[in-house]
Design a protein around this ligand. Structure first.
Ligand code: S3P
Length: 186
């Protein structure tokens, strides 16, 4: 982590299967920043999995825990953060994340997103129908909100997640104040 004034947070947003966590971990490794995943924070706070929270307590309770996680991470600086696909649908979450970070939308064709999701059992919103079809529906419903929240959009279709991570780092280097001085010089 930077010893100089930390940069702004890099926040990865987008649908399930966009690669937010994998890309986030890689970007954090390249910049030597901490990586935080709000789904993991929710699971830790609840003492169980995201799927279990949905099943036992419902989506409302999940969103409440998610908003609490967002509040905590948005108070930090110099982090790489992956938020769950629904987090920025709540304008309060979006406003808080944007106050301390730049939001990178990882987009992709529904088939490309679906192909990355091996474990649909852990995705409560992908139960009971073709993941690609459901993802197409969610992309139609959420696309405008994602685009409005995002500082930039990266299309992941046809790209490996390593390539996507490289693209995020390259973009970050062009953004004044996003990286700390030593990160930018590295
Ligand atoms: C959700 C996405 C999931 C998780 C929850 C709800 C959504 O996170 O937060 O199942 O509303 O899109 P990932 O996008 O990390 O899979």
């Amino acid at each position: 982590m930077s010893l100089l004034a930390p940069g702004r947070n890099i926040v990865l947003i987008g649908l399930m299967g966009a690669g937010k966590s994998t890309v986030g971990r890689r970007v954090a490794g390249r910049l030597q920043r901490p990586f935080i995943d709000t789904d993991a924070m929710v699971a830790k706070a609840a003492g169980t999995s995201v799927a279990e929270v949905f099943e036992t307590h419902g989506e409302r309770e999940f969103r409440r825990l998610e908003a609490a996680a967002v509040r905590r991470v948005a108070a930090l600086r110099g982090q790489v953060i992956a938020v769950g696909g629904g987090a920025v649908l709540d304008p309060a979450n979006s406003t808080q994340l944007r106050a301390t970070g730049d939001l990178v939308l990882l987009d992709g064709e529904p088939e490309a997103l679906a192909a990355r999701i091996r474990d649909t059992a852990s995705r409560p919103l992908l139960q009971g129908e073709s993941p690609a079809r459901r993802l197409a529906e969610l992309r139609r419903e959420r696309g405008a909100v994602y685009a409005a929240a995002a500082t930039t959009t990266i299309d992941t279709t046809g790209h490996s997640l390593a390539e996507v991570a490289d693209a995020v780092v390259e973009w970050a280097r062009t953004q004044p104040g996003l990286l700390s001085r030593d990160e930018a010089d590295a």
